[in-house]
Design a protein around this ligand. Structure first.
Ligand code: E4P
Length: 217
């Protein structure tokens, strides 16, 4: 399973990238706003740092302008994936941009039928939003399961990019179901290391190291 980091914060990406934890990055207008940076400038910096796909989202809602924005975004670097919303115009932009050989991430997916349309339009990635479905008492994981089944039934190559991940359990469940990629905030990825028995066991070992004056260096 690939790990994408869902942020536009360079330091956080660099820290995880140095550990080999970053297979790509996703950004969106809210994350760009939070960074306080210019979209082109910060996206270029991320692309220079990371080898894998870096999703940068269009701002327009009509296909023609989305396509023009996508063509500008892909000039930033070879690893740009143009992110378009799951609207009819977004699907038109997806088809044109993928036909031109560019990677496209179709975002704001909330139903399996939407995911089916994105795959038909040639999307490189489909981004179903787990957390936002959970927020309204629907089951985000059920959506990932449905998309996995449908894509496998027909051999669609569009990669399932489980997004809007809010917890380590979302990561675990996505891995169990077989999502191709998860994109998560750095804090969620780092929280995956935590286990109370690890802390407890380490405390006990440290106490014995002190008591027995065990030294290696
Ligand atoms: C990723 O591509 C999405 O933009 C992101 O995961 C959305 O997450 P949120 O629902 O926590 O804002």
């Amino acid at each position: 399973m690939k790990f994408f980091v869902d942020t536009a914060e360079i330091d956080a990406i660099a820290e995880l990238n140095d550990l080999g934890m970053v297979d790509g990055v996703t950004t969106n207008p809210s994350l760009i706003k939070k960074s306080g940076r210019d979209i082109i400038e910060v996206t270029k910096e991320i692309c220079d740092l990371v080898d894998g796909p870096v999703s940068a989202e269009v701002t327009a809602t009509d296909a023609e302008t989305m396509i023009a924005e996508g063509r500008k975004l892909v000039e930033i670097a070879e690893n740009i994936a143009v992110k378009v919303p799951l609207t009819w115009d977004g699907l038109k932009a997806c088809k044109t941009l993928t036909d031109e050989g560019h990677m496209v991430n179709v975002t704001l997916c909330f139903s399996a039928n939407q995911a089916l349309l994105a795959a038909k339009a040639g999307a490189t990635f489909i981004s179903p939003f787990i957390g936002r479905l959970d927020d309204i008492n629907l089951d985000g994981m059920e959506l990932i399961e449905d998309i996995r089944t449908i894509y496998d039934n027909f051999g669609f190559e569009t990669q399932i990019l489980a997004a809007s991940i809010r917890s380590v359990n979302h990561v675990l469940d996505s891995a169990r179901i077989g999502a191709d990629v998860i994109t998560a905030p750095p804090a969620v990825i780092k929280a995956m290391v935590n286990h109370p028995l690890t802390d407890k066991g380490l405390d006990a070992f440290l106490a014995d190291i002190k008591a027995a004056e065990i030294k290696i260096l």
